[in-house]
Design a protein around this ligand. Sequence first.
Ligand code: HMG
Ligand code: MG
Length: 296
Amino acid sequence: MRVTIYEVGPRDGLQNESAVVPVEVKREFIGRLAEAGLTTIEATSFVHPTWVPQLADAAELLESLPRVPGVRYPVLVPNERGLDRALKQGVTDIAIFGSATESFARRNLNRTVESQFEMFAPVVERALAHGMRVRAYVSMCFADPWEGPVAPEQVARVGRRLLDLGCYELSLGDTIGVGTPRHVEALLDAFAEDGVGPDRLAVHFHDTYGQALANTLTAIKRGITVVDSSAGGIGGCPYAKSATGNLATEDLVWMLDGLGVETGVDVGSLTATSLWLAEILGRPSPSRVVQALARE
Ligand code: HMG
Ligand code: MG
């Protein structure tokens, strides 16, 4: 069995840093991730630079980023302006990002749940016409800091519409990291009832309550084979303050290695990268595996 790791450190991780990380550091970070064996590395976002100043250097980064054959470098694109910017850089893989709740749609996208689809539809249509691969995220799949628990059926309805725009995959985001395994099961059941199986789904757990690995294992047991994570467990969302970092890629690889599931990722090499980045960011990685291997 094989699991594809969709690495989000350079995007989800760095978008939440209080200091702006220099473009050379981002370039080296992405290069090291590819060297460690990651084959999908979400590099940056073409969002409004005032909304996410940490990633305002997206064009500069991509212009100077050495591409490794066989590695994909998707970027976040919310609207047509973002798509134009991505097309200019020769991007081949994008991800749109929707919200299951009204509160987060307004805060993260300045849209309603309904009007987000109007924003995304022309993006996906034009991206597909350019031969791009388009992924979709749906955020707040378990609970929302302003609205509380979110019903699985509500997430499935929004997710289905994002997929129907023409996206090849939907990543289920636990943006604030409150989900637990039983809720993961219920969410996957709701999608299955709507005819969306695990082959169209990925999971994206933030680790705020330490549940990310347990939730991921639950999803894998249900047939999910694409898992999002961030090297060293960095990350969060600037428009959902309670969110912390993603599931750490090292913690995920350690578990999958133990299960005999192939990922192609070298945990030692990845840990060295996370330790290097932690030094630059000025704080230790929250990953337990990084901390343990650093002591060895
Ligand atoms: P808006 O203010 O409604 O934009 O923002 P607008 O369409 O009204 O345009 C206003 C001005 O912004 C215009 O300029 C546009 O050209 C410009 P003007 O004509 O006034 O001079 N503009 C742009 N400039 C550069 N790039 C663009 C762009 N778009 C408009 N792409 C918008 C709407 C969606 C742009 C804004 O809300 C935004 O950028 N949001 C992104 C927020 C974000 O990046 N959040 C973090 C990522 S999501 C996440 O982390 C969750 C995830 O990890 C999954 C999970 O954990 O659940 C994916
Ligand atoms: Mg996220």
